[in-house]
Design a protein around this ligand. Structure first.
Ligand code: OGA
Ligand code: NI
Length: 371
C-alpha cells in the first residue's frame, strides 16, 4: 500500500503526473468524505436532445418548437444539441489540439500555472481551506473575451496551432451561443434586443479539463458538484470517455454524449435572467479507473458592464416581480470566484428574500481580483 507520506515528491500542481505514480491508493486529500452515489437503473432517463434544424423553425414562428425549448430549459436546464452547424473538421481539430496540450511535458504546461490568488491558468482547485478536498483533475481556466482581458501569458502564449484553432472555434461557438440566447430568451418573453445588449461581445471564458484515470474512482470526484455561473455553457467531450453527470430530481444521472453533439447547459445567469423559469442544472464529473477523460467547456456570459438580474423586458411583459437581485457582471464574477464551488449555493445568495429590496451594487470604487 502506498500512503501519501511514502509517495514520491511531486509538485502538487499536476494530478496528471500524480496519477502516473499512484498505483492503488490515492492520497487522502483527494478522497471525498461523502460522495453521493450515481443513480443506477435499467430505465435511466437521459437528457433531452435538441435538433438545431427544429430550432430554425422557430424563426418561422413555430410556437410548438419554442414551447419545447422552454420546457427543456425549465425541466432539465441541459440538452444535447445535434446538427449544431459548427464545422465538423474544426471541432475535430479542436479536440486534437486539446489532447496535444495535455500531452505536453508537465514543464511546458506549468508555464501557464495558476498563480496564488488567481483563478486563471493551469492547475487545480483554488484551496479555500487547508483541509479542503481536491478534485481528481487538472484544469485550465481563462477569460477569452473581451480580448483586453486576456492574460498575456495564457492564450497569447499558446503553441500557435492550438491558439489559432481555439480562436476559430471560439468565434464559431460564440455565434452559436448568440443564436441560442435569442431563442431561449424569446421562449420566456425576453426581447431579443435585450439578449443582444447583454450578451453580444460578452465575457467569454474557457475551461479545459484533464481527468486522469484513478485506481479508486468511486472515492474521488473529477469535478465537484456545481452549477455554472454562466448564461450558457457549450461543452465538448474531447475523447469519447464519459463522466459527466447531472442531478435531476435529487439523483445523479450519467450523460451519454451523442456523436458530434454539444452539451448545452443553462447557467445561473440565465436562470436569474429568466426570473427562475429556467433551471441552471447542477452537474459533476466522475472519473474512470482505466481511461483519461478530457473536456472543453466554453462559458458565455454578459458583458462585464451589463446588469445581471431578471430581464427587464420579461418583468415588463409578464408583470412578474423580480425573484433575484441585480448585480453588475463584474461584481457578480468577483463574488462568485471569492467562494468555494458548492452546488447551487451562489444562486441562493442572489435570491431576493422576502424582506429585501433589489440590491444594486455599483461598480465604482471596486477592484477586480483578476488583474
Ligand atoms: C465545467 C464542467 C464538465 C465536464 O467545466 O464547468 O462542468 O464534463 N465540465 O468536464
Ligand atoms: Ni460546469
Amino acid at each position: 500500500m502506498i500512503s501519501s507520506q511514502s509517495l514520491p515528491k511531486i509538485d502538487g500542481s499536476s494530478v496528471q503526473e500524480l496519477a502516473k505514480e499512484v498505483k492503488s491508493h490515492v492520497p487522502h486529500r483527494y478522497i471525498q468524505d461523502h460522495r453521493e452515489p450515481t443513480f443506477v437503473s435499467t430505465t435511466l432517463p437521459s437528457i433531452p436532445v435538441v435538433d438545431m434544424n427544429d430550432l430554425i423553425e422557430i424563426l418561422g414562428s413555430n410556437k410548438d418548437e419554442l414551447n419545447k425549448l422552454r420546457s427543456v430549459c425549465q425541466e432539465w436546464g441541459i440538452f444535447q444539441l445535434v446538427n449544431h452547424g459548427v464545422d465538423k473538421l474544426l471541432v475535430e481539430k479542436m479536440k486534437d489540439e486539446v489532447v496535444n496540450f495535455f500531452d505536453m511535458p508537465v514543464e511546458e504546461k506549468l508555464k501557464y500555472k495558476l498563480a496564488a490568488g488567481d483563478y486563471q491558468g493551469y492547475g487545480q482547485t483554488i484551496l479555500h481551506t487547508q483541509d479542503q478536498k481536491v478534485d481528481w483533475a487538472d484544469r485550465f481556466y481563462m477569460i477569452t473575451n473581451p480580448v483586453r482581458r486576456r492574460k498575456s501569458n495564457l492564450l497569447p502564449e499558446f503553441p500557435p496551432i492550438l491558439r489559432e484553432t481555439m480562436e476559430k472555434y471560439l468565434e464559431e461557438v460564440q455565434k452559436l451561443a448568440m443564436y441560442l440566447f435569442g431563442l431561449m430568451g424569446q421562449a420566456v418573453d425576453i426581447e431579443k434586443q435585450e439578449m443582444i445588449d447583454v450578451f453580444d461581445d460578452g465575457m467569454q471564458s474557457v475551461r479545459m479539463t484533464y481527468y486522469p484515470p484513478c485506481p479508486q474512482p468511486d472515492l474521488v470526484i473529477g469535478l465537484t458538484p456545481h452549477s455554472d455561473a454562466a448564461g450558457i455553457t457549450i461543452l465538448l467531450q474531447v475523447n469519447d470517455v464519459e463522466g459527466l453527470q447531472v442531478k435531476k430530481d435529487g439523483v445523479w444521472i450519467p450523460v451519454s454524449f451523442l456523436p458530434d453533439a454539444f452539451v448545452v447547459n443553462v447557467g445561473d445567469i440565465l436562470e436569474i435572467m429568466s426570473n427562475g423559469v429556467y433551471n441552471s442544472i447542477e452537474h459533476r464529473a466522475t472519473v474512470n479507473a482505466t481511461k483519461e477523460r478530457i473536456s472543453l467547456a466554453v462559458f458565455f456570459n454578459p458583458k462585464l458592464e451589463a446588469d445581471v438580474g431578471p430581464a427587464k423586458s420579461l418583468l415588463k411583459n409578464t408583470q412578474n416581480s423580480p425573484l433575484y437581485k441585480t448585480l453588475v457582471m463584474e461584481q457578480y464574477l468577483k463574488e462568485f470566484f471569492s467562494r468555494k464551488l458548492n452546488g447551487k449555493t451562489f444562486l441562493e445568495i442572489m435570491k431576493i428574500k422576502n424582506d429585501e429590496l433589489i440590491l444594486k451594487v455599483k461598480l465604482e470604487g471596486l477592484t477586480f481580483v483578476c488583474e
